[in-house]
Design a binder for this molecule. Sequence first.
Ligand SMILES: *Cc1c(COP(=O)(O)O)cnc(C)c1O
Length: 416
Amino acid sequence: MPSPAPRAGYYGPFGGRFVPETLVPALDELTHACETIVRSDAFQREWRGLLDSYVGRPTPLGEAKRLARALDPEGRSLDRLWLKREDLCHTGSHKINNALGQVLLAKKMGKTRVIAETGAGQHGVATATACALFDLPCEVYMGAEDVRRQAPNVGRMALLGARVVPVESGSRTLKDAMNEALRDWVTQVQTTHYCIGSAAGPYPYPELVASFQSVIGEEARAQVLAAQGSLPDAAMACVGGGSNAIGLFRGFMKDDGVALVGVEAAGEGVNTERHAATLTMGRVGVLHGSKSYVLFDEGGQIMEAHSISAGLDYPGVGPEHSFLKDSGRARYLSATDDEALAAVSLVARTEGILVALETAHAFARIGDVARQIAAAQGRPASIVFGLSGRGDKDLSTLLARILPDGSLGAASRGAS
Ligand SMILES: *Cc1c(COP(=O)(O)O)cnc(C)c1O
């Protein structure tokens, strides 16, 4: 039998739209807007102009020589390590690429109100920023637990004129915030644009968000070719919902020689009940409107994920990553809370960059990935690394774990 044609809105068996009927017209309207408005030269000119003049793109691709030597003192496995510096974007992470795109689109679609969900607060801040710039009212749903651990970003959103709505249900984190945002959208769907912050949710969101974040991979590919004269052996990034990783991966998707590696949050360990390693430990299911890998508990309910980083603390993942995992095009590893903390110190001390806890998870696996690649190809690897964001927002969590020698450890667990 011939294999069926790819279904619109799906990545292999993953993706689709599993939503209440009341949302279908809005998703149709958004799909149409993606095909007409977003693709138009006028929209692309305006959005890319803002990326240059307001976000500060292109972001640099810098070589991390001291970190590379710290990870591999003899230079046997890691040759060159390139950091794609999304932490230098206005508002401190890659989230603004997507938020500016979606809020500009909402304006063009005639929407008069924007809502968003946020975990670490980075997407909430990015959306509030874009709404201030485009003069649209903004409401951000945020789990009450995240409101507590990401206080600086809550203050930022308020200063930017957004209303932050704390969500008290479930684990009071990102999953619950997204539930509430979807509920809000159902009731005011005609006037409201729901600005989803990751490459997840019902179609067309995974595609819309990935298309905006692809600017990361487009730039990184051209920059690494200019800098070392060849493609890297691997592109690596952390995976929460998966938007910064898919943005980087798309730049190298057709380059078969470039391994794509995502790193999830293993929390207190993937064999405990406190982690967020969806692709590593999940099963196929439906969460927030799309079919993908999902973490379930023993009773078959959606698991309450755990990660020290609020931005990775999510029991789902974007559907394209599920497809890339099953097809073998990408690989997914995980790193624990403690490994992420250790990586924050190491990167700070060797490169002078205080990275977000989310990003630190992927830093924790660079050495392993380099060793595997070097063993397979018989020469040291070059790696392009998606440095998704800066760590200022995590300072209170980091301070609770800081040891007398300035390194970060598990010693004061429970204090955060
Ligand atoms: C939100 C966030 C992430 C996780 O989201 P993705 O959609 O997986 O990229 C990673 N890093 C930083 C700095 C973030 O703010």
